[in-house]
Structures are given as C-alpha cells and as structure tokens.
Design a protein around this ligand. Sequence first.
Ligand code: 5AD
Ligand code: SF4
Length: 469
Amino acid sequence: MKRTTPVIPAEEIAKQKEYCAQLRTLNAQRPIPPKAYVDTYGCQQNEADSELLRGMLCEMGYEITDTDRGADVIVINTCAIREHAEQRVFGNVGALVHGKRKNPDQIICLCGCMAQEPHVADRLKQSYRHVDLVFGPQRLWRFPELLRRVLLRRGRVFETAPDDGAIAEGLPVRRSGRLKAWVSIMYGCNNFCSYCIVPYTRGRERSREPEIILNEIRELAAQGYRDITLLGQNVNSYGRDLEGGWDFPRLLEAAAAVPGDFLLRFMTSHPKDATERLFDVMARCEKAAPAIHLPFQSGNNRVLGAMNRRYTREQYLDKVRALRARIPGVVLTSDVIVGFPGETTEEFEDTLSLIEAVRFDALFTFLYSPRRGTPAAELPDPQTRQEKSANFDRLVEAQNRISLEKHRAYIGTAQRCLIDGAGEDPRHGLTARTPGGRLVHLDGDPALIGRFADIKITDCSTWALFGEL
Ligand code: 5AD
Ligand code: SF4
C-alpha cells in the first residue's frame, strides 16, 4: 500500500527501544526502582498518548505512580485548547519547583499541545527553569532518546520546532483500564476552524494503516476489553492519505466484524464529513454503539462561516434527521462555543433554538477563548464578558432541562449496560453505561464489573440515570 504520510522507519523505533533498554540497565542498578508520574490534561487523545508515555517509562525500568510526590520523573501532558487549561498547567508546573528543590535529581518533562506553542516554549525556557525537557506531540515517539539525553548530559532539552508529524508504530503501551480502551486511528487536523489551536499543535492529518488498527482491536477484544473508542481529531477524514479506498465507515464496519463481546465508539466527527454511509454502518453493525458526538459549535450561519466550519445550520439539521431516521434512539452529544468574536446575542439565539430543535442528550458548552496564532484571535470582539456569560448561562439552563427530560424518558425501560466500575456513592456501589454511553448508578456485587447486564432504569438526574439489575 502506498501512502503520502511519512511513517517512522522501524529502525528508528528499534533505536528508541534500545535507549529504553539502556536506561533500564541503569535504573536496575539503583537500590529501589525509580518512580515516574504522568499527569494528563485535556482530551482523550492525550489520555491515549499518556498510555504510550507510561508504556515507554515502564520499558525504561520506572515504576508508575499516581502522585508527583517522590517521583523521579514527572511528565505533564498538556492541553492548549483554552486559556483556562493552560493557566492550570502553569500553576501546577510552577508548584513543582518545591519538590525539585528537595530532590534536584528529579526530572520534570512537559509535553502535549502547549509544548508546541512557541510563546509557551519561550516562557518555559525563561521562567520555569526547573523544567528539564519540553517536547511537542509529534515527538512523543522520541521520548526515550530525549529523556536519556537529559539524564546523561543533565542539560535542558527543548524539542519544540514546528512539526507536521508522522506515523509511529510499535511503541509500548500501558493501558489504564481493563474494560475501556482508546485506539488512535489518525492524528492531526487539517480543518483549521478559525478559533482552534489544534491544527497548529498536532500537525497534519495522517491515518494509521487499517490492518494495524484492526489487529490492535483484535488483541483488545481477546484481552476482554468491552468498550473500545476509535480516536481522531476528525475520524471522518480517516483514510484520505491512504491508498486502497479506506474511509471511516469502511474501517468502522471492519472493526465491528472483529469477534468478541464489545462495543465500538468513536470521537470526534466533523459534521461536514459525517455521511449517510456512516449512519448506515452504525445502524447495521450491532457492535457500533448507538451514539455520536457531533460538534455543531454554533446555530448561526454567519458565525459558522466565520468559524470556517463549512456547513450551515440547515445542513447540520439535515444530518441529524438522516441519523435519527436510521437509528431512532441514538444518543447525540455535541460541543458549542458561546461568545465567538463578533457573535451578537441575536446570533446566539440561533444556537439556543438549534439545541431546542435537536434536543441533544448532553452538550459540552465552552466560552470562547482566544488562542494566539489562530485567525479568530485577530477578530474584533465587542461583546462584553457579562453578555457572554449571560448567554452561556441561558444555554446551560436550557440544556440541563433537555438532558433531564431525555433522562426521564429512560425511566421504566430496560437497558443492556456494561457494568464498568465501582461508584463513589455508597448507596450505588456500581456504575454502568447504556449502549449510548449514558452513566447509570446502581447497587450490586462488584464481581459483576466487566459484564453486560440488563438494567431497569428507576430514576434519574440531569447528569445520570439510576437503575437496578
Ligand atoms: N475557545 C473555546 N472553545 C474551543 N474549542 C476549541 N477551541 C476553542 C476555543 N478557542 C472547543 C470546541 C471543540 C472542543 C473540543 O473545544 O467546541 O469542539
Ligand atoms: Fe479544532 Fe476544528 Fe480540527 Fe476540531 S475539526 S480539532 S475544532 S480545527
């Protein structure tokens, strides 16, 4: 199969494994195994990346811990999507200086999307001198080499030059869950929505080979994973850089043909590329969960144009109709931005009316946050913070009402749910997920965790369902 995306040669990956082995030998000479802590901010792709970082750290002979206290290596995997996320990272990275004073041999690493922002890298260089290693998401596969360089030379390392990215296969992974797993199917984004930093931090769209993805799914199914999420910034662009006629509906169908008792989910779908063929595959494949996250961002056509979303309100509503015609009970969730530069309250009313028209099961609502280097950050933004907040509150209030109404409709129904964990509330010892992914609290024996079971829904709140076996 010929492809246009560069693939990291196997010899390069073998070299990284060799560095792992060298560090493992060094670490084995220490009286107790050194500890490593990986802290993750942001999206599921970062969660998946952190599982690779932990996999590599294990190969290097580190024991993974869940606290920065006493860790020999700390890795902060960051998110740049909104200012708030960045402020939290700067605050938490700043606080690490105290631990480092007590243990000057500690290595502090920062990776993920923030590392790929030039002004962030500069600020870390100047003002956060206790940070030893900074590398962007496209350099993740070189982590063993970079860490080794820091350890052996004791100098600071910055690997943050712009990078379109490549595909790196064969890295070790240490998964966090036994039931739920992430499978990246592609990386990067070519859409350049005008508010979004991701195309600048995660490079160009590139797809993994279908056979490699399907093998990973086969292994996960054989290991007993029950809930597998296919990940990509826009999964609907899957395969555009591959030969052989692969696209996302075909991949989903092939994944659903893998034997085993599991459900497939995927994130995220750009509405402009969500096709009726995709909905057909979802409808026809029993393993494809009846759920889709389809971010609409705004209900107003002028704002959608300014966002460079490349669909209209009417086209979005048509897609939702086509989807529901095929999968009547489909769980539909979405993202929306309030206060995009230049958005008026009148235009915001269209967003409000869209959510009333669609009635999403759940909505992730965001206040616009200007990202340096994106076109939207240059636009005039006359609306006051108070107006934006008032609109935001109205949206949340409307959605909470809709979510509650949608949840009420579950009461009295039976749902085949995956019992996926122990609950925090002592009255409901277990948690489960409906096929559409809604959270259910119930009481029962922890031995049931990992099983699919029929659960009768007896009660609900805005955010969750309550049920019994
Ligand atoms: N400001 C606010 N929200 C944003 N998102 C992406 N960029 C921004 C921004 N600059 C939201 C979008 C996207 C979700 C992951 O984050 O709604 O779908
Ligand atoms: Fe950002 Fe748009 Fe790409 Fe999503 S599709 S990552 S919102 S640019």
